[in-house]
Design a protein around this ligand. Structure first.
Ligand SMILES: [Fe+2]
Ligand SMILES: [Fe+2]
Length: 220
């Protein structure tokens, strides 16, 4: 998402620069007050260059990070295997959360942030690709149930953020949250996804894998 914003910013900046050079060419016969309010000063060149270089570096760094994430995901196989690996990763973060005590508020907040990002990316891949594909394959009841549970997963995140990391019932809330994610993942991995995969052609399987990969790439 950020890269699209950066691209838009870069395009806008370039068009401003073009306008600036046109105005500069005609500026000998016009006073500065005739200039557009959006025109750049004479010293804007180096600043603009630095700003554009910054955008380019940011883009490259972000792209590199995404490419790395993508490479890791691509190595794990089909869409259902990638999603199962993400379930395991999320459950491992829950276990780290459950191993903390009330004094470790910073660690709890960091782990909750990591979990939130991982679950958000995971839910996006399922909601934008897998569940629509399930509905297309006459599995709307399962897709709707699973998507409804994602809403309760977000509700747990909301409640944990609200209650504070030193709260007396923080661990209890995390335990309930883990149970929900574990049951949800189990339903996907043991029932819905295998049934769906069995009904797919090789082309469909490859297409869903590619779309999940692509969605995960932009969400990474
Ligand atoms: Fe899910
Ligand atoms: Fe899932």
């Amino acid at each position: 998402m950020a890269t699209r914003t950066q691209t838009r910013t870069s395009t806008r900046t370039n068009s401003n620069r073009n306008r600036s050079s046109e105005e500069d060419r005609g500026s000998s016969s016009s006073s500065s007050k005739d200039r557009s309010a959006f025109s750049w000063g004479e010293n804007a060149g180096p600043l603009l260059g630095a700003a554009l270089a910054g955008v380019a570096i940011g883009f490259a760094a972000n792209y590199g990070r995404k490419a790395l994430m993508q490479g890791m995901e691509a190595a794990t196989g089909d869409w259902d295997e990638m999603l199962a690996a993400e379930h395991d990763m999320a459950l491992a973060v829950f276990d780290k959360m459950l191993a903390t005590d009330q004094t470790q508020t910073f660690k709890r907040k960091m782990l909750l942030m990591k979990l939130t990002h991982a679950l958000d990316k995971h839910a996006h891949q399922e909601e934008m690709v897998v569940y629509p594909a399930l509905r297309e394959a006459n599995e709307a009841v399962s897709a709707d149930q699973l998507e409804g549970e994602h809403g309760y997963i977000k509700t747990f995140i909301y409640e944990l953020n609200k209650m504070g990391a030193d709260s007396n019932n923080w661990l209890e809330k995390v335990r309930e949250f883990r149970d929900l994610v574990s049951r949800h993942a189990h339903m996907e991995e043991e029932e819905v996804f295998p049934r769906f995969k069995q009904s797919m052609s090789e082309e469909q399987n490859a297409r869903v894998t590619s779309l999940v990969n692509r969605d995960g790439f932009w969400m990474a």
